[in-house]
Unconditional design. Structure first.
Length: 223
């Protein structure tokens, strides 16, 4: 199983985004959180900024929409250059239509679930998506404590995907660090988002490499 590290620019310096994005070029995906101060109690950036980030990023964009009305907005992020677009199950009116719209633009479709949402809620959606994001914190702010109690969802999703014959990525986002990565990988995560751990350090690139090394070691141990 391949492992992917997705540094999150939520913890980067928003006045120097291009500089800080370049510092994490050893990652696999660039995780970009879009928040609207409605679905979550925080606001970050929107479509024009994501478009510009796509133009300068050395990594494929993994855009996580924490917004109301993803039915209207999700495909637009694929149109401006996002390689993967994640929408929240809890905010979607027609999740199947959203996923199909994203895929029609040659981007990967992903659905996210909050800590209180059971994995079973998205089982029927698995053939329509390429990834499920299991939030390991309540969405909205970086720097929160990791919630290990949500990790059993990963195993349930992996089993459901295998039964459906779906090649599914499983992403975790929230509180990922050297202290938590082994638990996440051991539970089945293969795509790891890290913001504070990466950017609250003088050398973000070294943090990306350290996280990858720890994740690979945890994967080897789990075999």
């Amino acid at each position: 199983m391949a492992l992917r590290i997705a540094p999150s620019i939520l913890s980067a310096d928003f006045a120097n985004l291009e500089r800080d994005i370049a510092k994490v070029a050893d990652g696999d995906l660039l995780h970009v959180d879009v928040m609207d101060a409605h679905f979550v109690p925080n606001m970050t950036l929107g479509l024009p900024v994501v478009k510009r980030i796509a133009e300068v990023s050395p990594l494929p964009l993994d855009v996580h929409l924490m917004i109301d009305d993803p039915d209207h907005w999700a495909a637009r992020y694929a149109e401006v250059g996002a390689n993967s677009v994640t929408f929240h199950y809890e905010a979607a009116k027609d999740a199947v239509a959203i996923a199909r719209d994203i895929r029609s633009l040659d981007a990967r479709a992903s659905v996210a679930i909050k800590p209180g949402t059971p994995a079973e809620a998205v089982f029927d959606l698995l053939p329509e998506v390429d990834m499920v994001l299991v939030m390991t914190v309540e969405p909205g702010f970086g720097g929160q404590a990791f919630m290990p109690e949500v990790l059993p969802k990963l195993g349930a999703l992996r089993e459901a995907a295998q039964q459906a014959g779906v090649d599914l990525w499983l992403q975790v986002d929230g509180g990922i660090s050297l202290d938590t990565v082994a638990d996440a990988v051991g539970a089945g995560a293969d795509t790891l988002v890290a913001g504070s751990f990466v950017y609250h350090h003088h050398d973000p690139g070294s943090q990306v490499r350290a996280l990858r090394e720890a994740a690979l070691a945890a994967q080897d141990h789990a075999r």
